[in-house]
Design a protein around this ligand. Structure first.
Ligand code: SF4
Length: 400
């Protein structure tokens, strides 16, 4: 039977999509292309009795290949791409007197919240699509072209930390000639159930690596997208280089790390004309506070990162839940994301050789006309719609 999942910030209740994924995997006419978000690899192991924060990236690749996936890739590649687009957009807004502060746009929980509650704030939100949607769009154009695959036979399947990502994939802005860029979204917990159903025990698998010459590489900057503060830190590494010509000293930018609900920092861009003031906020309460400050003209920032879930995506509503140590496993997940960053040989998005290649061969330059068509979007005021009452949601939970 179908199971209802409940997300605190996104779509209130969603269908379990594992059946659809199984249908695609077993259909020989279909080319399946998988992506999984930065936060998945440091949490999925918990569903297989592994310690919190164990990085199971390589085991996820092995598991998907074992299930018959045709192409296994990583949302981290398009996290790097988002940094190029969003960082360039920020610099243009600063240089050309555009709307500031600019908010990040990766989190559909935040986008839904802003569209429903603060429509006046929409011009402040970066037009760059989220890494999940940039992945779908690049898979069905650039990757399909490179691999010689008809995009109509391709199904892009995401593994994501929240149900808000399912709703995001269905937005009409992300349909390309009527077909969605991302076809199915599984939460981390649904993916764990799919593996169990197919008899795959993640904890027994050997890791495998990516080998795709178009989208199969990522940097440390992309890895930290999974924690609060990560998108900001990744963006600053690239903005610093673009403005000053030098890499951000020390790479790790401590002032935006930590778990306080709102954090702020200033980056001096020597040789550049602008010290950039930034803020990081997580949880919807902190998001509301930031939105109200900006609308009141009291936010002295250029750039604000918002994640709707406490902790960012590592604490997303679709992630495995440890009954015993919820907060503790957060810390382990965050440490693991920072450890992945430290272990990568390349730690800044602009230095990813496959990012350089995608601009040289396909997108021309960040914010080009083509990049705008494929990697940016628009937002609209949306009426408050309540699909289910709380009572109905609880009846569904109890009926499981
Ligand atoms: Fe989803 Fe991450 Fe936003 Fe939470 S913070 S709603 S997990 S995108």
């Amino acid at each position: 039977g179908q199971c209802i999942l409940v997300c605190p910030v996104g779509a209130l209740a969603e269908r379990d999509d594992t059946e659809t994924v199984i249908d695609y995997l077993y259909d020989p006419r279909i080319v399946t292309v998988f992506q999984f978000a930065p936060a998945i690899r440091v949490a999925l192991g918990e569903a297989f009795r592994m310690p919190p924060g164990e990085n199971v990236e390589g085991q996820i690749v092995t598991a998907l290949k074992h299930l018959g996936a045709d192409v296994v890739l990583d949302t981290n590649f398009t996290a790097d791409l988002v940094i190029m687009e969003e960082g360039t957009e920020l610099l243009h807004r600063i240089e050309k007197g555009g709307t500031l502060p600019m908010f990040t746009s990766c989190c559909p929980g935040w986008i839904n919240f802003a569209e429903k509650n603060f429509p006046e704030i929409l011009p402040h939100i970066s037009t760059t699509r989220s890494p999940q949607q940039c992945f779908g769009s690049m898979a069905k154009t650039y990757l399909a072209e490179g691999m010689g695959i008809d995009p109509k036979t391709m199904r892009v399947i995401s593994i994501m930390p929240c149900t808000a990502k399912k709703e995001e994939a269905k937005r009409p802005e992300f349909l390309n000639k009527g077909t969605p860029d991302v076809d199915v979204v599984l939460t981390t917990r649904e993916f764990a159930r799919l593996l169990e159903r197919e008899g795959v025990d993640l904890s027994t698998l050997e890791p495998s690596a990516y080998d795709n010459p178009w989208m199969g590489d990522y940097t440390g900057a992309a890895a930290i997208f999974g924690t609060t503060g990560g998108v900001m830190e990744a963006a600053l590494r690239t903005v610093h280089k673009v403005v000053t010509g030098d890499e951000l000293e020390g790479i790790e930018f401590q002032p935006v790390r930590g778990n306080e609900k709102v954090r702020e920092a200033k980056v001096d861009l020597q040789n550049g004309s602008h010290p950039v003031k930034v803020a990081v906020a997580h949880s919807l309460k902190a998001a509301r506070h930031m939105a109200e400050m900006v609308l009141a003209g009291e936010a002295p920032y250029h750039f604000i990162e918002i994640m709707a879930c406490p902790g960012g995506c590592m604490g997303g509503g679709g992630q495995p839940r440890s009954k015993k140590a919820y907060q503790a496993s957060w810390q382990e997940r965050q440490n693991a994301l920072y450890a992945i960053d430290r272990q990568r040989s390349v730690r800044q998005s602009h230095n990813n050789p496959l990012i350089e290649k995608i601009y040289d061969d396909f997108l021309e330059e960040p914010n080009s006309h083509k990049a705008h068509d494929l990697l940016h979007t628009t937002y609209r005021k949306r009426k408050r719609t309540i699909k289910h009452t709380m009572k109905e949601i609880w009846q569904e939970i109890e009926a499981r």
